[in-house]
Design a protein around this ligand. Structure first.
Ligand code: ADP
Length: 279
C-alpha cells in the first residue's frame, strides 16, 4: 500500500510517495511554471516511477501548497502550514519551530509536540528575502544559485546590505562591485539580511528549539549558516527539507488510510499580523 503528498508551490512542485511503513519510496520535483495541473501530474508520475508503483495503485493522495486545488488526482487538500508542521515533526521529531523559505514567500510556524500548528505568520506580499531575492542576487553577480551559499561562507568582512527588496538590491550590488568590494562579502551581507528578516518573522510566533528549516532555500548552506548565527541555535535540515510540505501531506494521507485519522482544519494565526515585505 502506498500514499502520496503533492505540494504545488508558487515556484516549485514536489511529490513524496510513502510505503505503508511510512518510509519514503519516491520523490518528484519540477518547476511549477504556467501549467499547474501538468506540474502536479509530472511530479506524481516521477515519484511513482521512483517508488515502482502504478499511479492508480496509490491509495490516497493529498494536495497542498498554493496550487493544492489543482491536483486533479488528489483525494483531498490540506494547507501548507499544517503540512510543513507535520512533515517537519515527522523528519525531526523534536521540532517546535519551522522556518520555511520558498521561492516567493517565507513562513514561521510554531509546532506542538504532536506536530500540530500552534501559531504561524507569513510574509507573502512580496519576494523580499525569499528564493527569488537570492536568484536576483545570483543573476546580477553572474553566478549560479547553487554556488552563492558556498561563496558567501568564504567572507571575512561581511557587508551590510540595506535593501532586501528584489528590485533595489540589484543596483546596491552593482554599486558595491564598482567600489571594489569582494563578491563573498557582498553575498554574506545578502544572506545575513535574509536571516535577519526571517528571524524577525520567527520572533512573532516565538522561537523554541528545535528549529527546522524547510523550503527550497534550505538547500543553500550559506543560508543555513547565516540563520544559525542569527538565531544562536543549530538548525535541522537535510536532503528532504525541500520536500517537507509534500512529506507532511503524505503523512496525513497515511494516517487517514491506516487509522482513519482526522485531517486538520485550516489553522488561523493567533494574533500574528501578516507582514508586508521589503520596501
Ligand atoms: P515554493 O515556494 O514554490 O514551494 P520551494 O520551497 O520549493 O518553492 O523553493 C523554491 C526555491 O528554492 C527556488 O526559487 C530557489 O530560489 C530555491 N532553490 C532551489 N534549489 C536551490 C539550490 N540548489 N540552492 C539554493 N536555492 C535553491
Amino acid at each position: 500500500m502506498h500514499v502520496a503528498g503533492v505540494d504545488v508551490g508558487s515556484t516549485a512542485t514536489k511529490a513524496v510517495v510513502l510505503d505503508e511503513d511510512g518510509k519514503v519510496a519516491g520523490l518528484g520535483l519540477c518547476p511549477t511554471g504556467a501549467n499547474v495541473v501538468r506540474a502536479a501530474e509530472r511530479v506524481f508520475q516521477e515519484a511513482c516511477r521512483a517508488a515502482h508503483v502504478e499511479e492508480f495503485d496509490v491509495a490516497y493522495v493529498i494536495g497542498t501548497g498554493y496550487g493544492r486545488y489543482k491536483v486533479p488526482f488528489g483525494h483531498t487538500q490540506v494547507t501548507e502550514i499544517s503540512c510543513h508542521a507535520k512533515g517537519a515533526a515527522r523528519l525531526f521529531p523534536g521540532t517546535r519551530t519551522v522556518v520555511d523559505i520558498g521561492g516567493q514567500d517565507t513562513k514561521a510556524i510554531r509546532v506542538s509536540p504532536q506536530g500540530e500548528v500552534v501559531d504561524f505568520c507569513m510574509n507573502d506580499k512580496c519576494a523580499a528575502g525569499t528564493g527569488r531575492f537570492l536568484e536576483a542576487c545570483a543573476a546580477v553577480l553572474d553566478m549560479k544559485l547553487s554556488e552563492i551559499g558556498d561563496v558567501s561562507m568564504r567572507s571575512t568582512h561581511p557587508l551590510k546590505i540595506t535593501n532586501v527588496c528584489t528590485v533595489f538590491v540589484e543596483s546596491e550590488i552593482v554599486s558595491q562591485l564598482a567600489r571594489g568590494e569582494k563578491v563573498e562579502d557582498i553575498l554574506r551581507g545578502v544572506h545575513n539580511a535574509i536571516a535577519g528578516r526571517s528571524v524577525a518573522l520567527l520572533r512573532r510566533v516565538g522561537i523554541e528549539a528545535q528549529v527546522a528549516f524547510t523550503g527550497g532555500v534550505s538547500r543553500n548552506g550559506g543560508m543555513v549558516r547565516a540563520l544559525e548565527e542569527r538565531l544562536g541555535l543549530p538548525i535541522n535540515v537535510n536532503d528532504l527539507s525541500q520536500y517537507i510540505g509534500a512529506l507532511g501531506a503524505a503523512t496525513f494521507a497515511l494516517e487517514r488510510v491506516k487509522h482513519g485519522g482526522e485531517l486538520p482544519p485550516p489553522p488561523r494565526p493567533a494574533g500574528a499580523p501578516q507582514t508586508h515585505g521589503g520596501h
